[in-house]
Design a protein around this ligand. Structure first.
Ligand SMILES: [Zn+2]
Ligand SMILES: [Zn+2]
Length: 239
């Protein structure tokens, strides 16, 4: 009777290479399906905010959260929808974790530039993120506008803050002038003294000339005030 021979180190390592190779082939195959769908013009990829009731299932074959929790439910604040736009009356599509698709299609910015990847309406930070909502909306919109590049969140937040203060200051002075001192000109009033208005903060003083490249998942994590958008390794395994 032949006993199974212990595997040599070579056999083990070549098995490992084959396994990695197969994974890569699966990924390439899956990516090809998606790219093919997009190029057909019948599908479009949309970035969405996941509805409060989290029901959608990620379709990625190698979905990491599914491997971890046993369920492919997308619990993240953002998701992708591969939307079938060939039948306008009955929109349907498939959903993906942002990180799962990013693993499959590492160059999402190319899809943005080719018009295959868009925002589904306005996308903003989660309400509990402590990030200025307006800034988050602009930062995300710029990533799409500049095809995978945007500015640091701090640029948007600092500009917004100073601009808001400038506007408030300006309107308080104007109201004071209109209502505060009636017919009597006031020495401290810009308008009575025909002094120039305080200068409006200029965007160019807050933003560098060129936006920088950033991964979409990283951008979304930044506006969420998180280190990672899914943190799936923290999700409990379902039994
Ligand atoms: Zn997934
Ligand atoms: Zn005045």
């Amino acid at each position: 009777m032949d006993l199974p021979q212990p595997q040599t180190e070579d056999a083990v390592s070549s098995k490992r290479i084959n396994k990695t190779g197969k994974k890569q082939r699966d990924r390439d195959e899956e990516a090809a399906y998606i790219i093919d769908d997009l190029k057909s013009g019948n599908f479009i990829l949309l970035l969405q905010e996941t509805p409060k009731v989290k029901m959608s299932h990620c379709q990625a074959w190698g979905c990491m959260p599914r491997k971890r929790t046993g369920k492919p439910v997308i619990k993240s604040h953002y998701r992708f929808m591969l939307k079938d736009i060939s039948v306008s009356s009955k929109p349907k599509g498939e959903y993906y974790h942002v990180t799962c698709l990013e693993r499959l299609l590492p160059d999402l910015s190319a899809l943005v530039r080719d018009g295959h990847l868009k925002m589904d309406g306005y996308i903003s930070a989660p309400l509990d993120s402590k990030v200025c909502l307006e800034s988050s909306v602009e930062m995300i919109a710029d990533w799409f506008k500049y095809g995978g590049r945007t500015f640091d969140l701090g640029c948007y937040e600092n500009f917004k803050k100073d601009h808001r203060e400038w506007e408030e200051d300006w309107s308080v002075r104007w109201i004071d002038h209109q209502l505060g001192h009636g017919e009597q000109p006031d020495n401290a009033c810009n308008y009575c003294q025909s002094l120039p208005d305080p200068e409006e903060p200029k965007k160019s003083d807050y933003f560098p000339e060129e936006p920088s490249v950033i991964l979409l998942s990283q951008l979304l994590a930044t506006v969420s005030g998180q280190s990672h958008i899914d943190k799936w390794w923290r999700w409990k395994k379902q039994t």
